[in-house]
Design a protein around this ligand. Structure first.
Ligand code: CA
Length: 401
């Protein structure tokens, strides 16, 4: 290796995720994470090792780089893997190509045109159904037939490290028939993963489950901030609106599907059988360990492999009516809960609507998220000594403005 990579680093030679960073003296550009460093792709381009224009690496987002297609971007990744391990490579002995992550600022990796949020964890949908509707019929009749989703808000997706304000809105106090206005009293996180669309379609086009991987560039950690009290009052009949659109946070490095290939696993059995356009072949789930911490207390341990509906099915469903998708579009999984109580991916479930407060290391307890709290999500896959991680999405909650 021509650069030191600490053991257990999320950003091992097997990963090589793409992101957008800036430094004190220079504006946004593309890079890949390796160990505790960033390999500056705009600088690497100057060595004449890439056969595409330098501009795509000097933009404020990766959209034009992704638009080069996987034949190019996958080759860039594998070339970098070879070069970093070859003492005689074009990158050897060139410290100016590397920036310490601690000295860089990360930015949103893509310009997100559209954002869709799914609801694809059966455990999460069941828990929410039990709490808000009928414990005996927690899942609505459509749930096992449709990867349920809604169109979210792209404008308020922010990168890890950017603080957010507690939202204000209308809520209906208990035992009251009149709503009140004020800061949400039930601010929550939702542990999700998001995938970034890597290829455009035209209106009328559909993407089959077999084709879906060609249209997925990679994944990030995704925190779908949610105001439960606002949600409860507004969500019937058209679903989430102001309870969700005030903020979502993502991790800055896009881990490619190529890097995640070794961690594919079979998904849960789908019964009843899905309609033919949602049927799929092969392993479409991914074994990715996920954790959530409030300040320094770990409160949730889950896994992306629990998802009932996989990304290929989500994309096939999203486009089956001819809806077009664009490079940079973000598709989030829905809250990722497992079967165990410590694997629930939201405070709503962990503290069971406030009835089982979560204990923190400092002796305080939480039913939801307080002002001043920092919520941090981490994720990594590991197999046969190979570790591929996402870093973190960490967000501090400020008081309402
Ligand atoms: Ca969500």
């Amino acid at each position: 290796m021509i650069i030191n990579v600490p053991e257990n680093s999320d950003f091992s030679i097997h990963n090589i995720p793409f992101g957008i960073f800036s430094t004190k003296n220079r504006s946004k550009r593309a890079g890949v994470a390796i160990g505790e460093h960033i390999l500056d792709l705009a600088e690497v381009h100057k060595l004449g090792v890439f056969n595409f224009e330098a501009e795509v690496l000097n933009r404020a987002d990766l959209n034009d780089f992704i638009a080069l297609g996987k034949s190019v971007t996958s080759e860039v990744r594998t070339n970098i893997q070879h070069w970093l391990q070859d003492d005689n490579s074009p990158l050897a002995n060139k410290s100016e190509l590397f920036v310490k992550q601690a000295e860089a600022q990360m930015h949103l990796p893509v310009c997100i045109g559209d954002y869709t949020d799914f609801y694809s964890s059966i455990e999460h949908a069941t828990n929410v159904g039990k709490m808000f509707r009928d414990p005996e019929n927690a899942l609505l009749p459509n749930w096992k037939h449709i990867p349920v989703g809604y169109h979210g808000r792209a404008s308020s997706i922010v990168v890890s490290g950017k603080a957010i304000h507690r939202p204000k809105g209308q809520t209906l106090p208990k035992n009251s028939s009149e709503p009140v206005f004020g800061p949400s009293q039930r601010l929550d996180f939702e542990l999700e993963m998001g995938f970034v669309v890597g290829k455009n379609t035209n209106m009328g086009d559909t993407i089959s489950t077999n084709q879906a991987n060609d249209y997925i560039f990679g994944l990030v950690l995704f925190n779908d901030w949610s105001a439960r009290d606002i949600q409860k009052w507004e969500y019937v009949p058209l679903g989430p609106f102001l309870a969700k659109n005030f903020a979502s946070s993502i991790s800055p490095w896009i881990v490619t599907l190529d890097a995640l290939e070794p961690f594919k696993v079979a998904g849960p059995k789908q019964e009843p059988k899905v309609l033919p356009y949602l049927a799929y072949e092969g392993e479409k789930n991914y074994d990715i360990n996920l954790e959530v911490a409030i300040n320094d207390t770990k409160v949730c341990q889950s896994n992306f492999k629990y998802m009932y509906w996989n990304m290929a099915q989500q994309l096939a469903h999203h486009t089956v009516n001819g809806c077009n998708v664009h490079i940079g579009d973000m598709m989030a999984s829905g809250t990722i809960s497992g079967k165990n109580e410590n694997s629930y991916g939201s405070m709503l479930e962990l503290a069971w609507m406030g009835t089982k407060p979560v204990q923190l290391n400092d002796g305080t307890e939480r039913k939801f998220i307080n002002d001043g709290d920092t919520v941090t999500m981490t994720g990594y896959a590991e197999k046969d000594g190979k570790r591929v991680g996402f870093g973190e999405v960490s967000t501090k909650v400020l008081p309402a403005k």
